[in-house]
Structures are given as C-alpha cells and as structure tokens.
Design a protein around this ligand. Structure first.
Ligand code: PCA
Length: 200
C-alpha cells in the first residue's frame, strides 16, 4: 500500500521571527519522499486547538504516518521525541493567551505515550545526512507536547492507528534566534525527507 504522510508545523509564537517547522512542513508536503502521498497542515500555537485541527485532518486524509514538527527555540540540534506526557505547564501564554500551570493535558488520562514512529532510525538517518540530531525524552510542557499527547491519546483508541511522532527543530540559519552553527532550513528539509524515505 502506498504510504500516506501527514506532516504538520506550527505558526509563529512568543515573539519568534518565524517558525521553521511551518516552512519545512509545507516543503515536505509539496515535495514528499518518492512514491509517498503527502499533505501538510500549519497549526496554531494554541493548547487544544492545534490537536483538534490535526485530528480532523487525520480523519479526512487517513494517513499511514503522521509527523508533527515544532520549533525548539533553545535547541542546538534536532530532537526526535520519544514520549508525549500528560502534563502542561507554562509561564508564557499561547497565541490565544492560555497559560496552563501544572495541569494534565487530559484529566485522568495516562501519564504518557511512546512515539510510534521509529525514533532511533530517524535519528540515525538525520545524523547520516549531516544534521545534529538526537532522541529526546521530553517535548516540553507547552503546546508541542500538548499536541503530541492529544494525538497519541486519540490514536490509542483506534483499531489501526497511523504511526505518529513529533520532531523539534532548532532555529535555522538566518533567524536572529539561531545559534552561530545553526543549519540552513534546506539542510533540515533534505535530511528529514531522507529520514522519512527510510521509514515510509
Ligand atoms: N514550538 C512550541 C509550540 C509551537 C512550536 O513550534 C513548543 O515547543 O511547544
């Protein structure tokens, strides 16, 4: 069966100059790995709302694989996330002004879920493509983790769920927030396409 990839990114948040996850998601969707049918979606950086939109797209597109992307503004390398946690805590509001403190994403839900995309394989392929990358045990406690947890929680209830995971990218070259050795966006895009080719 032909793989169907749904790839998401986020809009700008918290005063950043741009969100590379939005651009990369768009480029991967319009130029997907060979033989793969892909769709992209840009999500608002809003607790709950981002997941509602992504889950709607999962319903209509019926992907075999879901890759959610976000910016980790303080990161120096790509983080392939292993766990989605049932926890939200932020000092800074999201794009709608929500700022949950020490709360559960889903009241009474499980503590967490594993990503179902092959984390180690993705990391290995990214590194082979010359991109600094590692597996990470937490996607943080802001909107990215909220999206990741809600997605995995919803998919856990389905009989034949798509493989799903979350990847944080660092600020890219040209952004004022970027580290001096930050990769150009094209490098990240190419490496992620190659990594996806290996798993789709
Ligand atoms: N990064 C934020 C939310 C949106 C994004 O791109 C995060 O890491 O939670």
């Amino acid at each position: 069966m032909r793989s169907r990839l749904l790839v998401s990114g986020f809009d700008r948040f918290g005063g950043i100059s741009s969100n590379p996850s939005e651009l990369i998601a768009g480029r991967l969707a319009s130029d997907p790995p060979k033989g793969v049918l892909a769709e992209g979606v840009v999500l608002p950086t809003v607790f709950g709302e981002a997941a509602r939109i992504l889950l709607g797209r999962i319903e209509t597109f019926r992907p075999t694989h879901v890759l959610a992307l976000g910016l980790g503004r303080q990161l120096r390398e790509v983080h392939v996330e292993r766990f989605a946690l049932n926890f939200a805590d932020t000092e800074h509001g999201d794009n709608a002004g929500n700022a949950p403190r020490e709360s559960q994403v889903v009241q009474g839900g499980p503590a967490g879920y594993f990503a179902s995309l092959p984390v180690r394989k993705l990391v290995e392929r990214l590194v082979e493509e010359g991109v600094a990358a590692r597996s990470s045990t937490t996607a943080g406690t802001f909107v990215c983790n909220d999206l990741f947890f809600r997605m995995m929680h919803a998919l856990a209830a389905r009989p034949d769920p798509p493989f799903a995971g979350f990847v944080h990218v660092p600020a890219v070259r040209g952004m004022p927030e970027a580290a001096p050795d930050a990769p150009p966006i094209e490098t990240l895009e190419r490496a992620l396409r190659r990594a996806l080719e290996a798993i789709l």
